[in-house]
Design a protein around this ligand. Structure first.
Ligand SMILES: Nc1nc2c(c(=O)[nH]1)N[C@H]1C(S)=C(S)[C@@H](COP(=O)(O)OP(=O)(O)OC[C@H]3O[C@@H](n4cnc5c(=O)[nH]c(N)nc54)[C@H](O)[C@@H]3O)O[C@H]1N2
Ligand SMILES: Nc1nc2c(c(=O)[nH]1)N[C@H]1C(S)=C(S)[C@@H](COP(=O)(O)OP(=O)(O)OC[C@H]3O[C@@H](n4cnc5c(=O)[nH]c(N)nc54)[C@H](O)[C@@H]3O)O[C@H]1N2
Ligand code: SF4
Ligand SMILES: [Mo]
Length: 733
């Protein structure tokens, strides 16, 4: 754990000073804690991993008499460093949520009307296997698609591959970091990883475009951010909204939304023109400098001022600030990168900026992952399958899938039909844009099975619902971390599964067995599998159980030195400032700016983001976290509000360009946002009545994202291309 940041400053950044007090507030917990004080019960501690988000922090879970009363950060785990964020602390809320799925359910009414009957595991699993086998027989195995996010992937992807289908869609690609990963790969031959390999704690200057750290609460990243603030790093925060990070910034640049490329290309031009780039680094490691210099010549600060609404002088000043502090400059490449449809190119422009400053592979910039790895395990090879749809015809779509391409094949049957979906760990109605299309696809399906913990909107459209137990009640795949060192971490049950819920590994194995695929699951329990893996890797399983995380000795240096030259796995073996690969496929080899549509009079661009105490939709019904933030609000510029006669706290509805209307949502009237956009937290406005706390609370941003701009390079869906009007009629209602 870093010494220079206190727990208080971490909590202050996270905007969640109250969390931890509300945890363990329930009556049974209070009684148990009292009994512990009296010495009547003894606590047990179990090391495991959080799954409230995908930072997967190490957790030390404290239980009393078989009840989990407190979750704390595991000091051994690099993502946690002894702390959890508010959401992680609130994980007991998921475990004890009274609305949890309790037993397998089979649909009895029409799709979407919420009518189900309870079923035994045997009946439900037999039905799922029967349906999938029949669809395979009639349409081929590729007509079954998997949508997944998080650790369920480790169980259901092997099941899908063994079944013979290549079709897997993950919103964490096409609706999240796909464009970023593709953009960096095209530039450096590798991406930045997750957790992002940024050496922020040692940066002198940190540049954030969007990246609203402090609201985006990835634990150790926010700890690094807090440490950097403590050490006096200068922040350049580019955001149309005065975010928590903007509050820490030397320069807040309230950019006109959708014009970031203009700013970054201008920074690049200034840094080249003023000779502020790292000549030696570029000379050794990069190619295409001359083409780059020429292609950005036209992007002058005066031109950029008109596009971005940021004064030319400030553009110059910030470019010089970066140049002077190079290479200890961290240009955060973002994570949720699907903004405007030209997102690969925006990320490439950020990569090029990093390269010019020489900060890729340098202290204070980005570091390299360890070379150490664990030996591969022998496994039965999967059968050959038909060509995947998840590429969606995009030349640089990753293996993680273009979700909306599977959705359109489900609707139109082209190039071949998709007839069944397995959905796990993802709430597609909330995560993929254009809910109408998602519903249309679901209504065309012969069969939809959902494996989930909670009855969220997508689950309530399934034909069969299989209740997975929460992460605190199960084993999952060993988590291998490749940061500055190689680590292995264990998820293990803190308590037995509640109700009739079962671990994902068990559900996948049982389905596999019923589908004649038992050989792909050649172990009795998942713990057996983990134990044999540990043996193969030379990891002491008993130690791992106790410590939660084991760090393996390093073999590589994280930064470039004379004895540790960088390796770039691009086609040219160098950093590609000019991309021949993109040129070959008909795209700009050097990123170029294109103007995007702007709001018309009375319209505002809809932008969205994270709240420190919520993860997407998945925490909205969590009693602990719901209490801290029960509904979202819409940020409206104070000047605009005044013109409209709108007061802080008034409820409004938002109507988008296609007539989609939101739930009533409370207005937050503030100077802290530009006049041309409105902002809300993603994930609210749940339609599922089975979620008693979250039902109809707040507004759903996805309901207003009827349009999306597809990135032609990788298939990512830019979702900030919708415009809303604020419905005045409702203000006085
Ligand atoms: N608490 C919490 N933390 C999370 C998550 C969570 O659910 N909850 N989810 C995690 C995941 S999976 C992801 S991908 C990340 C996402 O988090 P980030 O990658 O940080 O998301 P962004 O979309 O970059 O950031 C949203 C910010 O962009 C600003 N913005 C909107 N439009 C523009 C624009 O045109 N230009 C600029 N410069 N800024 C703009 C918004 O005002 C907002 O402040 O968060 C991660 N961390
Ligand atoms: N409009 C809009 N769209 C977005 C975003 C946005 O900000 N705005 N963000 C995008 C980003 S960055 C991402 S990464 C995606 C995220 O998209 P999703 O991963 O779909 O996020 P959630 O909405 O949290 O849905 C999670 C689902 O998984 C279930 N779940 C939780 N834990 C478990 C578990 O242990 N096992 C199983 N089987 N199920 C579990 C939850 O109950 C819920 O149904 O959405 C993307 N889409
Ligand atoms: S960042 Fe928070 S929610 Fe995410 S894994 Fe870590 S503790 Fe859990
Ligand atoms: Mo994401």
């Amino acid at each position: 754990m870093t010494k220079s940041i206190s727990r208080r400053s971490f909590l202050k950044i996270s905007g969640a000073t109250t969390v931890g007090l509300s945890v363990a507030a329930t009556l049974p917990d209070k009684f148990l804690l009292w009994a512990e004080e009296q010495g009547m019960v003894k606590p047990t501690y179990t090391a495991t991993l959080c799954e409230i988000c995908f930072w997967k922090c190490g957790v030390m879970a404290k239980s009393l008499n078989g009840r989990v009363v407190k979750l704390e950060g595991n000091p051994n785990h690099p993502g946690a460093r002894g702390r959890l964020c508010a959401r992680g602390n609130g994980g007991t809320g998921l475990l004890y949520d009274p609305d949890r799925l309790r037993s397998p359910m089979i649909r009895t009414g029409a799709r979407g009307d919420g009518q189900y009957r309870k079923a035994s595991w045997d009946e439900a699993l037999n039905l799922v296997a029967e349906k999938l086998a029949a669809i395979k027989k009639q349409h081929g195995p590729e007509s079954v698609a998997l949508f997944t996010h998080g650790t369920p992937t480790d169980h259901f992807l092997p099941l899908l591959s063994a079944f013979g289908s290549p079709n897997v869609g993950m919103p964490s690609f096409a609706q999240c970091r796909g464009p970023r990963d593709v953009g960096l790969e095209l530039t450096f031959g590798e991406t930045i990883g997750s957790p992002e390999r940024l050496d922020m704690a040692n940066s002198k200057v940190i540049v954030l475009l969007g990246s609203h750290l402090g609201e985006n609460m990835h634990n150790s990243q926010v700890q690094d951010f807090t440490e950097a603030i403590g050490k006096g790093a200068k922040f350049i925060v580019v955001d149309p909204r005065f975010s928590i990070a903007a509050g820490k910034a030397a320069h807040w640049l309230p950019i006109r939304p959708a014009t970031d490329m203009a700013l970054v290309l201008t920074w690049i031009n200034v840094i080249i023109a003023e000779g502020l780039y790292d000549r030696d680094y570029i000379g050794r490691y990069a190619e295409g400098f001359a083409e780059l210099a020429k292609a950005v010549e036209k992007y002058t600060p005066e031109w950029a001022e008109k596009e971005t609404d940021i004064p030319a002088a400030q553009i110059l000043e910030t470019a010089r600030l970066m140049g002077k502090n190079a290479p200890s400059v961290c240009i955060h490449p973002g994570r949720h990168a699907t903004w405007y449809g030209d997102d690969v190119q925006r990320t490439r422009s950020l990569g090029i900026l990093m390269a010019l400053l020489g900060s890729w592979g340098r202290p204070g910039g980005a570091f390299f992952a360890t070379n150490a790895s664990f030996p591969k395990m022998e496994a039965k090879p999967f059968p050959e399958s038909r060509e995947t749809l998840n590429g969606g015809g995009f030349p640089f779509a990753g293996a993680e899938g273009v979700t909306q391409a599977i959705r359109s094949s489900t609707i139109d049957g082209k190039p071949y039909p998709i007839k069944a979906w397995i959905v796990t760990g993802t709430n597609l109605m909330k995560s993929i844009p254009n809910q109408k299309e998602t519903l249309e696809a679901i209504n065309k399906l012969d069969f939809l099975v959902a494996v989930d913990v909670m009855p969220f909107d997508t689950v309530m459209l399934a034909d069969v619902i299989l209740p997975e137990c929460s992460y605190l009640e199960r084993h999952d795949a060993l988590a291998v971390g490749k940061g500055k060192s190689l680590t292995v971490s264990l998820r293990q049950p803190v308590i037995e599964p509640r109700y009739e819920s079962k671990p994902g590994w068990w559900i996948a194995k049982e389905l596999g067995t019923r589908l004649g695929l038992a050989e792909y699951f050649p172990w009795k329990t998942y713990e057996d599998k983990i134990k044999s893996q540990c043996q193969h890797w030379g990891v002491d399983y008993e130690q791992l159980k106790k410590l939660g995380t084991i760090t393996i000795a390093d073999t590589a240096a994280p930064f470039i030195t004379a004895s540790n030259p960088p390796v770039f796995k691009t086609k040219s073996g160098k950093i590609e400032l000019y991309s021949g690969e993109l040129k070959e496929k008909g795209f700009d080899p050097v990123p170029q700016y294109t103007q995007h549509q702007r709001p018309k009079g009375g319209e505002f661009r809809l932008i969205y983001g994270r709240h420190a105490v919520h993860t997407f939709s998945r925490t909205t019904n969590n009693p602990e976290l719901h209490e801290l933030c029960p509904e979202n609000v819409v940020w409206v510029n104070a000047g605009i509000a005044k013109e409209m006669g709108l007061a802080d706290g008034n409820y409004v509805t938002l109507v988008n360009q296609d007539g989609a209307r939101s739930n009533p949502i409370k207005a937050k009237v503030t100077e802290r946002i530009r006049e041309d956009c409105v902002y809300m937290i993603h994930g609210f406005g749940t339609k599922s009545k089975a979620l008693k706390k979250a039902f109809q609370k707040g507004a759903d941003d996805q309901g207003l994202v009827t349009r999306y701009a597809v990135d032609p390079i990788c298939g990512g869906t830019g979702m900030r291309v919708n415009f809303v009007r604020i419905n005045k009629e409702f203000i006085d209602a």
